[in-house]
Write a protein that binds this ligand. Structure first.
Ligand SMILES: [Zn+2]
Length: 196
């Protein structure tokens, strides 16, 4: 895939990475204010705001293309190449409501799980690592249950960040389409006048 030409086309029809960054940073105080007002809980507010920032700056829908979000993963950016190759830019799988965030989470957690599992298997094979999968799975289940409110808050933050991005993309596209249609209509009117 020619990432540069793709990102060039993208830059012509929708907000740039910098515009998305600005939207994320400008809307952050509103997210913090609304979450504080509705929950009165500083931990929940911190998790929603943290998820929103993370999603807006480096875990958002544009991970499906060579983008600012993708570049911010630094030497870990290679993790996202299979993700990019497996979906069309701006498809519902990356930019869709809930689906985009859920798929990205499954993808990242899947890769992390595979990596950690591999390290543990190697540890067991070569260093006699004392590890019991059943006990760990139970401990993980308990941890997830005990932290469910925080995890839901984090997910809401991630989804809000992704949606602010998708809404900006959609608004940008609508505006460009409106401009193009207006220019075409003007051109037609100009031609009609010159024939009179
Ligand atoms: Zn986008």
């Amino acid at each position: 895939m020619d990432y540069h030409s793709t990102s060039f086309v993208k830059s012509q029809i929708m907000p740039s990475g910098r515009t998305h960054d600005r939207i994320t940073l400008w809307t952050l105080p509103a997210i913090v204010g609304l979450t504080t007002l509705s929950t009165r809980n500083s931990t929940v507010t911190l998790l929603v705001a943290g998820g929103y920032l993370f999603s807006g700056l480096m875990f958002g829908p544009d991970l499906d293309i060579y983008s600012v979000q993708f570049k911010r993963w630094g030497w870990l950016r290679g993790l996202w190449i299979p993700y990019q190759r497996s979906m069309r830019h701006r498809s519902r799988l990356s930019h869709g409501f809930l689906l985009g965030t859920i798929l990205r989470l499954c993808y990242l957690l899947g890769i992390l799980g595979l990596g950690i599992g591999l390290v543990i298997l190697l540890g067991q094979a070569f260093f006699n690592l004392d590890w019991h999968w059943g006990e760990r799975a139970i401990a993980l289940g308990i941890w997830l249950r005990n932290h469910r409110i925080g995890l839901i808050a984090l997910f809401i933050g991630l989804e809000l960040g992704a949606m602010s991005h998708a809404i900006a993309d959609w608004t940008g596209s609508c505006y460009k389409r409106w401009q193009r249609n207006r220019a075409k209509a003007k051109g037609r009117r100009g031609k009609a006048k010159s024939f009179k």
